[in-house]
Design a protein around this ligand. Structure first.
Ligand code: FE2
Ligand code: FE2
Length: 215
């Protein structure tokens, strides 16, 4: 099997898990759709960083596709979702014919992407760092930010601005506290956060300017 064929199989596996979750909980359609779109964006960021960091591209792509498999299949939504996802992925990856070291590397990247911790022994790898960084970069995308802020009517503008201020301090906190590990990850993360902070600050400044206008 070629790398492309293995990746196709991984995509089919992830989609199948998502579709089963969708049948079980049709109310989660929007959430599962978002999770899959996020997954695909993480793959794009992962590919970009892998190239620049000299990481194994196939390992990164597969781990990115599976990093939120526990969320995508609605098995876990908390901090444990990486470790639960690694357990779900391992037998599938073995069946697909990956070498044991590759299986462990992919599973380590999945398990540790949230908080850097796995529930099995494995050295830190550049692939795991890239997957974790790619995930964090997408978590600050403008699209995610708009979803977090929500749609609003004119009458809800005050609460929208209050939400925006909260979101700004969250982004500023992330900028200081999130552990982005690779050199290129840091660079792209920094671009993301600068754009984000500027965007949110502008929204608030526009609002304040509107309030202070006197005729
Ligand atoms: Fe995640
Ligand atoms: Fe994620």
């Amino acid at each position: 099997m070629t790398a492309e064929e293995r990746i196709e199989q991984v995509i089919a596996f992830a989609k199948k898990k998502r579709d089963i979750a969708l049948v079980e909980n049709p109310d989660y359609a929007a959430r599962l759709k978002y999770r899959w779109q996020h997954t695909l964006r993480v793959v794009q960021y992962g590919k970009k960083l892998a190239k620049r960091e000299g990481a194994n591209a196939e390992i990164v792509i597969v781990a990115c596709l599976l990093h939120d498999i526990a969320k995508l299949s609605d098995r876990s939504r908390n901090v444990e979702h990486g470790r639960i996802g690694a357990k779900m992925a391992r037998p599938f990856l073995q069946e697909l014919g990956y070498a044991e070291t590759d299986v462990e590397n992919i599973c380590y990247a999945i398990a540790s992407h949230v908080d850097g911790k796995a529930d099995f022994e494995h050295p830190l790898t550049i692939e795991a760092q890239v997957v974790s960084d790619a995930d964090k970069i997408d978590r600050l995308s403008s699209y995610r930010m708009m979803l977090a802020l929500g749609k609003f009517a004119d009458s809800e503008y005050e609460s929208f601005i209050a939400k925006t201020k909260k979101r700004l301090s969250k982004s500023q906190k992330a900028s200081k506290e999130w552990r982005v590990q690779t050199k290129s990850g840091k660079e792209v993360f920094q671009q993301q956060i600068s754009a984000q902070v500027l965007f949110l600050e502008r929204l608030i400044a526009d609002h304040e300017m509107t309030l202070s206008m006197e005729f």
